[in-house]
Write a protein that binds this ligand. Structure first.
Ligand SMILES: Nc1ncnc2c1ncn2[C@@H]1O[C@H](COP(=O)(O)OP(=O)(O)OP(=O)(O)O)[C@@H](O)[C@H]1O
Ligand SMILES: Cc1ncsc1CCO
Ligand SMILES: [Mg+2]
Length: 283
């Protein structure tokens, strides 16, 4: 005879998957407005990722528009990928206003260790209390140690699993949830550590998949700001699931880009429940 499992007794993996599905449904039904101040490379893929998940992106970045616009958004994504000095005041103003309006904001510290200017900008942004910081391993290590020169550029030269300690200390120092993307996506609040074991290696061969998953995290925290740790892990896992399903139809990076977006749009409950793979990692 089959035993009935009560919700509270469900294994962790099942609870993670059903929570991820509930959050995706909330995004699809609420279509949260997400402001993105992001780099020129990622704008298209980021906006299409948000749209295919059911959210509503707006790439609005001029400092003049922030006082009118930012308070009406559900979340903000700030990405320093093609940073220049004249963009930084808008990023800071939007981050400050998001916090003041009680809206979560998410930071993507692209190539944080590439130059002193970029590292200082990222450290100043971290002071403005992001809800989540998501980077690749080299970016999180550079930000956590506040040091430059450890990285090639925007791509990682470290494995995500090697950045767990750096992620934990950055989370403790900043108060943010910290996520490290890679073969296993790591998420920590400074105490708990989980891994999202989804995605395919080919996703690294498409520029701005990392930037786009950061924006997706913003959409997930927009619909569940109180549980940013769970929302962050869910977004990373769901994006990975879309990559896995897209890979079944793809011939290479260009077609994976297209099929990943289609898969994210078409994900159903059975796909999510059978594929989301989030586990606790040793502290
Ligand atoms: N080896 C891998 N196996 C599975 N998924 C991967 C692998 N490497 C990266 N990914 C996935 O690819 C996406 C992008 O992660 P990546 O670490 O490449 O970000 P990034 O370096 O910030 O990218 P970008 O700067 O181009 O936006 C994430 O969803 C991540 O889970
Ligand atoms: C390639 C590249 N250069 C600056 S930002 C960006 C997009 C991936 O981070
Ligand atoms: Mg990146």
């Amino acid at each position: 005879m089959e035993m009935e499992i009560k919700p509270s007794e469900k294994p962790d993996s099942t609870r993670w998957a059903s929570n991820a599905w509930a959050l995706l449904c909330a995004i699809r039904s609420q279509s949260p407005l997400i402001q993105c101040i992001t780099n020129f490379v990622s704008m298209d893929l980021m906006a299409n990722t948000l749209l295919s998940a059911g959210a509503s992106p707006a790439m609005i970045h001029s400092v003049e528009e922030i006082p009118d616009f930012t308070p009406h958004t559900r979340a903000l994504c700030v990405n320093v990928g093609t940073l220049s000095p004249n963009w930084l005041p808008a990023m800071k103003a939007a981050a400050e206003l998001a916090c003041k309006s009680g809206k979560p904001w998410v930071l993507d510290p692209v190539a944080a260790g590439a130059s002193g200017f970029r590292l200082r900008a990222c450290l100043e942004l971290v002071e403005l209390k992001p809800c989540v910081i998501r980077g690749n391993a080299s970016e999180i290590i550079a930000l956590s140690r506040a040091s430059i020169g450890l990285t090639k550029g925007v791509d990682s030269s470290h494995e995500s699993i090697d950045a767990v300690e750096a992620a934990k200390s950055l989370a403790q120092a900043s108060g943010a949830i910290v996520a490290v993307s890679g073969a296993v996506d790591i998420v920590t609040d400074g105490e708990r550590v989980v891994g999202a074991h989804n995605g395919v290696p080919m996703m690294q061969r498409i520029t701005a998949t990392g930037c786009s998953v950061t924006a997706l995290i913003a959409a997930f925290v927009a619909v569940d700001p109180v549980n940013a740790f769970e929302a962050t892990a869910s977004a990373l896992s769901i994006f990975g699931v879309a990559g896995e399903m897209g890979m079944n139809m793809a011939k290479g990076p260009a077609t994976l880009r297209m099929h990943l977006i289609d898969s994210l749009y078409g994900l159903d409950e059975a796909d999510v429940l059978s594929r989301v793979n989030i586990t606790s990692l040793p502290r």
